[in-house]
Design a protein around this ligand. Structure first.
Ligand code: GUN
Length: 298
């Protein structure tokens, strides 16, 4: 229960910093064995948000001693040219991870693009082979945001085993892989999972049953206090910019959860920003180090 002192704040900044420190040591140990983990980051076009994400990914690589290979291609790049680059990166032994930032320009088929990436270098975990491996419980790459949600829970002492995890949202990058992850017969999972979405009837009746609620619907402050039970643990994946005239910028970032209301009932909750956000990049780095180890047989 929230209690008089309020809920525990699950601090994504602090937890991601701890994982970064662990990864830095792991990268140093690999370097002693002459292996330098390498991540190729491909950006097609000039989407301003994508440019910021890509810059952050490259900067985090540098911070951890991971080599990053940058490919900034014009929006006019043809599918064939992009697929040829991916082929080259698949064959490059210095590249252990390949990330093609989405969204791609409309003339490039994203699903087709993903199929060109070697699944063993697919550190985003978006290739159908890795999606399948996740579903069947086989070794592969788990997409970074669901993996980050799991780390936040485990490192805060909330094991999902036997708990009812209710996920609101069914996207391919969060909702669906999160469901596959938490339902596994595996450490850090073993949950009873329900996935809700825009067509779900009596949504509140289901979200109220959640021991752990994962909000990933992309609607600002969608989950209200009346939709959750006392003592719920809330992981808010949302990242929405809304108008706020009290701010100098005129806007502020909010999640998919009405934080002020829900935090009064929650046992623990992630803030936005500073919750899930900082975890996604760090899980990408973790996947890159894992790819380097696997591809080099270490
Ligand atoms: N665009 C927004 N998020 C992501 C992500 O996690 N990976 C890639 N490749 N593109 C994105």
């Amino acid at each position: 229960m929230a209690g008089k002192r309020g809920p525990k704040i699950i601090d994504g900044k602090k937890i991601s910093a701890a994982i970064r420190a662990e990864l830095k040591l792991e990268v140093e140990a690999l370097k002693k064995k002459k292996i330098v983990p390498g991540l190729a980051v491909v950006l097609v076009g000039e989407d301003p948000a994508s440019e910021i994400y890509v810059r952050n990914k490259r900067r985090t690589c540098a911070e951890l001693g991971i080599a990053s290979f940058s490919y900034d291609l014009p929006a006019s790049t043809t599918e064939r040219k992009l697929f040829n680059l991916i082929k080259k990166l698949n064959e490059d032994p210095k590249v252990h991870g390949i990330l093609v930032q989405s969204p791609l320009p409309r003339h490039i088929d994203e699903d087709k693009m993903l199929e060109h990436i070697n699944p063993d270098k697919d550190v985003d975990g978006f290739h159908p082979t890795n999606v399948g491996r996740l579903l069947t419980g086989n070794e592969g790459f788990v997409s970074c945001t669901p993996a980050g949600c799991q780390e936040l829970l485990l490192r805060s002492g909330y094991d999902p085993a036997g708990k009812h995890v209710v996920i609101v949202g069914r996207s391919n990058i969060v909702g669906k892989p999160a469901a596959a992850l938490f339902v596994q017969k595996a450490a850090g999972a073993n949950a009873t999972v329900t996935v809700c979405h825009s067509r779900t009837r009596s949504l509140s009746a289901i979200t109220k049953q959640a021991d752990i609620l994962i909000a990933a619907i992309g609607v600002p402050q969608f989950v209200k206090s009346r939709m959750v039970k006392e003592g719920v643990i809330v992981i808010d994946v949302g990242m929405n910019r809304i108008e706020d005239k009290t701010r100098k910028s005129g806007t502020r970032l909010v999640g998919d959860v009405d934080y002020d209301g829900v935090s009064k009932k929650a046992r623990a909750i992630t803030p936005v920003p500073g919750g899930v956000g900082p975890m996604t990049i760090v899980m990408l780095m973790k996947n890159t180090v894992k790819a380097a180890r696997r591809l080099s047989g270490k």
